[in-house]
Design a protein around this ligand. Structure first.
Ligand code: FES
Ligand code: FES
Length: 158
């Protein structure tokens, strides 16, 4: 049995007939082709699948696509605006905050939510805010620096 899901993804209205058991991450990747959202574990541990659901960071491997019906979803593909990188994306670029890049989309989405809630986080608050996202490569220091860079950029732009 299929059901209709309607949602807005990166500013675009989407509507599909899907199986109710389809996970949001599979909907984004397999049906919409938005493969920037990664799957690292399938056990809600790694955070590689993190997207914004109505502005809240969620692990899209733990959400059914039908639960996002009527919602606004932002993936890594939708974070840049008018050809300009989001300050967190810019921070990752400037501070070499990635190596293999597997964790990066989820890490950036989680950091964007963190800064939307707390524009001036301490280092501890950044580490705490990103604790649901695992990186096997960087040792986290560059990621923290990237978020600090983004926080400063965002404060300057206000
Ligand atoms: Fe969703 Fe790892 S794939 S938390
Ligand atoms: Fe490789 Fe984070 S950059 S897992």
């Amino acid at each position: 049995m299929k059901t209709t899901v309607r949602l807005r993804v990166n500013g675009v209205e989407r509507s599909h007939q899907i199986e109710p058991r389809l996970l949001l991450v599979h909907y984004l990747r397999d049906i919409l082709g938005l493969t920037g959202t990664h799957i690292g574990c399938d056990t809600s541990t790694c955070g590689a699948c993190t997207v914004l659901l109505n502005g809240q960071a969620v692990k899209s491997c733990t959400v059914f696509a039908v639960q996002a019906d009527g919602a606004e979803v932002t993936t890594i593909e939708g974070l840049a605006r008018n050809g300009e990188l989001h300050p967190v994306q810019e921070g990752f670029w400037e501070h070499h905050a990635l190596q293999c890049g597997y964790c990066t989309p989820g890490m950036i989405i989680a950091a964007a939510q963190l800064l939307a809630r707390n524009p001036s986080p301490t280092e501890d608050e950044i580490r705490h805010g990103l604790e649901g996202n695992l990186c096997r490569c960087t040792g986290y220091q560059h990621i923290v620096e990237a978020v600090q860079y983004a926080a400063q950029k965002m404060r300057e732009r206000k």
